[in-house]
Design a protein around this ligand. Structure first.
Ligand SMILES: Cc1cc2nc3c(=O)[nH]c(=O)nc-3n(C[C@H](O)[C@H](O)[C@H](O)COP(=O)(O)O)c2cc1C
Length: 193
């Protein structure tokens, strides 16, 4: 299963609305995908504990991503980068399992620069951790104008549809070639006595 991540925990966030639109776009394309909402991390209980000591909600989310066919991140711009809540979440992922060869797609949102900066920062992180990053990114400019009552401007809807279709093919091609994270993890497990 693929997962869409709503990359902030801000109450009433536009990111969550757009993540749900991305999820619905997969559904329309005949694929059911999960939604990971950083609201559910309950970060008021930030513990600073990692690995086995991390809170159960955090471990459960990371476990899902350790088996994800692909990860579609929807991310807002906060102070010229991506939200701290998302970095805290990513810092709980397991290397190499969650990251390496894991297919990732991005949707950015913001005002004047459409979330370009946070996505480029995420690309630095996931490049460092050897993920397969899908090159077709979507940037939603002036999000307060282009998203009204949960409805996204048709120009952006079209970009998301094209991205979802392309990312599905990208994930499938990597899987068929045995080059994605799940294939590599399965091969590693099979080779372990
Ligand atoms: C803490 C915070 C910092 C922000 N910083 C920026 C910024 O640096 N550049 C920008 O274009 N928009 C910025 N914005 C605007 C957000 O990108 C925009 O409001 C977007 O809807 C936020 O996503 P959200 O609704 O999911 O929280 C900021 C918003 C918040 C809440």
């Amino acid at each position: 299963m693929k997962y869409v991540i709503a990359g902030t925990n801000r109450p009433g966030s536009r990111t969550r609305q757009i993540a749900k639109i991305v999820q619905a776009t997969y559904q329309e394309a005949g694929e059911s995908v999960g939604l990971i909402d950083l609201r559910d991390l309950e970060l008021h209980g930030v513990t600073g504990e990692y690995g086995d000591k991390a809170p159960p909600a955090m471990k459960a989310m990371v476990e899902k991503l350790n088996q994800a066919e692909g990860i579609h991140i929807v991310c807002p711009e906060y102070n010229g980068s991506y939200p701290g809540a998302l970095k805290y979440f990513i810092d709980h992922w397991k290397y190499p399992d969650t990251f390496e060869l894991r297919p990732i797609a991005y949707v950015g949102l913001g005002s004047r620069f459409g979330g370009l900066r946070p996505i480029e920062h995420l690309q630095g992180v996931f490049g460092f951790r050897n993920a397969h990053q899908y090159p077709e990114r979507v940037f939603i400019f002036d999000v307060s104008k282009n998203l009204k009552d949960g409805v996204l401007d048709p120009v952006y809807m079209q970009l998301i549809k094209s991205q979802v279709t392309g990312f599905k093919s990208f994930c499938r091609a990597l899987q068929q070639a045995g080059l994605d994270a799940n294939s590599r993890l399965a091969a590693k497990a099979a080779a372990t006595p």
